[in-house]
Design a binder for this molecule. Structure first.
Ligand SMILES: [Zn+2]
Length: 202
């Protein structure tokens, strides 16, 4: 099933990068991050996932990375993992569910259930440390289900993310550098910074 001929094509890293740039999911400039650090790039996957056909293509491409792996359910952490799980699950023709925080603890809610032995693919939009993904893997294991891999749109861990040896695939690997304002090379050039998201709302 596809929406157009283009959807039948595999997309390579350059095209994926292009999708992120043209939708504003990846911004180039000089940004103040919520951490207080400055960066020349800013990523917000929701900007590309707001377009369902683009989300579907990314989900399909991520699903294809796990060709040959048996998957019965796709799961991702809210919010970032919901659409990714949905689109990967759609392509694979399997159930897609999500975890969410309840009093700070990651949990399966809304009657979502995993069964012992169920083969589960864990997905997320972006990982830096991979903390949320690890919490989801713990939930999968607690249910007696079997995590078969981790799929992310963007791996920002610099190759450091490790999920106990689980198969990890990403569509993009990015190292977004951030520095303290005192140390910022862009500030040193005298370039004005902006808060991400303030563009277009001026
Ligand atoms: Zn700066």
């Amino acid at each position: 099933m596809s929406c157009c001929d283009n959807c039948e094509k595999r997309i390579d890293q350059n095209e994926i990068m292009q999708m992120f740039m043209e939708t504003g999911a990846l911004l180039q400039g000089h940004f103040l991050l919520t951490s207080g650090k400055h960066s020349g790039q800013y990523m917000q996957c929701a900007q590309v996932l707001q377009y369902p056909r683009k989300a579907a293509r990314l989900g399909r491409e991520l699903a294809l990375k796990f060709d040959g792996v048996e998957v019965q359910t796709v799961i991702g952490p809210a919010m970032g993992g919901i659409i990714v799980a949905h689109e990967v699950g759609r392509y694979l023709g399997v159930k897609a569910i999500f975890t969410e925080r309840q009093n700070g603890e990651m949990a399966l809610r809304r009657g979502f259930q995993l069964s012992p032995g169920e083969k589960v693919l864990v997905v997320e939009d972006v990982i830096t440390t991979g903390g949320s993904v690890k919490e989801v893997i713990a939930i999968v294991k607690e249910a007696g289900a079997i995590p078969v891999g981790v799929g992310v749109l963007v791996d920002r861990s610099g190759g450091k993310a490790d999920f106990g040896g689980l198969l990890l695939h990403s569509l993009l690997q990015m190292n977004i550098e951030a520095s303290e304002p005192d140390n910022c090379p862009l500030c040193a050039q005298g370039l004005p910074w902006e808060k991400p998201g303030s563009r277009g709302s001026k």
